[in-house]
Design a protein around this ligand. Structure first.
Ligand code: SF4
Length: 266
């Protein structure tokens, strides 16, 4: 069960055991910070992990490749060759990719950013206008909030990896179409294989549904424990930072999700 009161992060200014920087980030997330006399632990309080069963959202990757080859215009050769690429070859292939119509309207591809040894992988939906211009995911206001979220769990943007379901911006920020997600999927799958993170955070409905190959509403996905494909990598579903900017009251729920993620990693 998720914690009903997850926002309790305590501090004591005399002890200074909870870093002031983290408090700033927590408060920026909308997480209430209480002051107590007693010194408190430096790390956020982690409550019990959800009792929800692990949900294997997809079947074996070999079967997925077969399925993908059947329904996708990209072909088996592409899927197989991407599956053996190293980071630089993969980045180069993505930068030249014309497998779906989005290549016609992009300024540049948005491959992903961060530490290639990271334990944490954050996956969003697709580049927006700022990301398309700068070639980096989550650089606008939503990106600033994501940075605060990452700092609130004691990390930095440079210490995690951030990627999207799609590497190219859909016009007018529309949802990715199934054929676009399908065409782009081998790239993200290879990134995940190369990274081998301890946890994946799916940011928002589109990311979660594409990553886990489901049409379950995000409200029902939050609080459940998923694994990615046939790996043992847990996937935590939470709200997209852009949604949290529009609905700041939901930040508390996002913090619940991150606490569950911390429990997995730790
Ligand atoms: Fe290629 Fe993905 Fe860009 Fe489509 S969105 S052109 S599949 S890199």
């Amino acid at each position: 069960m998720a914690d009903d009161n997850p926002s309790l992060i305590e501090r004591n200014s005399k002890c200074g055991r909870v870093s002031s920087a983290r408090l700033v980030y927590l408060e920026a997330m909308g997480i209430q910070v209480w002051v107590r006399r007693a010194c408190q632990p430096q790390t956020p309080v982690i409550t019990s992990l959800s009792a929800a069963p692990i949900v294997a959202a997809r079947s074996k990757s070999e079967q997925q490749v077969e399925t993908q080859v059947k329904v996708s215009p990209i072909g088996k050769d592409h899927v197989v060759s991407v599956a053996s690429m190293d980071w630089e070859t993969l980045r180069e292939r993505v930068s030249e990719c014309t497998l779906c119509e989005l290549h016609k309207t992009r300024t540049q591809t948005v491959f992903g950013v961060g530490d290639r040894e990271a334990d944490w992988l954050f996956i969003g939906e697709a580049p927006g206008a700022d990301e398309d211009r700068q070639g980096e995911p989550f650089v606008g206001r939503a990106g600033q909030l994501l940075n605060n979220i990452i700092r609130a769990i004691g990390l930095s943007r440079e210490k995690v990896y951030i990627a999207n379901i799609l590497k190219c911006r859909p016009p007018k920020n529309r949802d990715p179409q199934p054929k676009e997600s399908l065409a782009c999927r081998p790239y993200l799958r290879r990134q995940i294989e190369l990274l081998s993170p301890k946890i994946i955070i799916a940011l928002g409905r589109v990311a979660a549904q594409n990553l886990l190959q489901t049409d379950t509403p995000i409200g029902k996905m939050r609080g459940r424990n998923y694994i990615y494909e046939d790996s043992d990598i847990p996937v935590i579903v939470t709200y997209h930072p852009a949604y949290l900017l529009r609905s700041p009251r939901e930040k508390r729920k996002a913090w619940q999700d991150l606490q569950r993620a911390l429990k997995f990693v730790n």
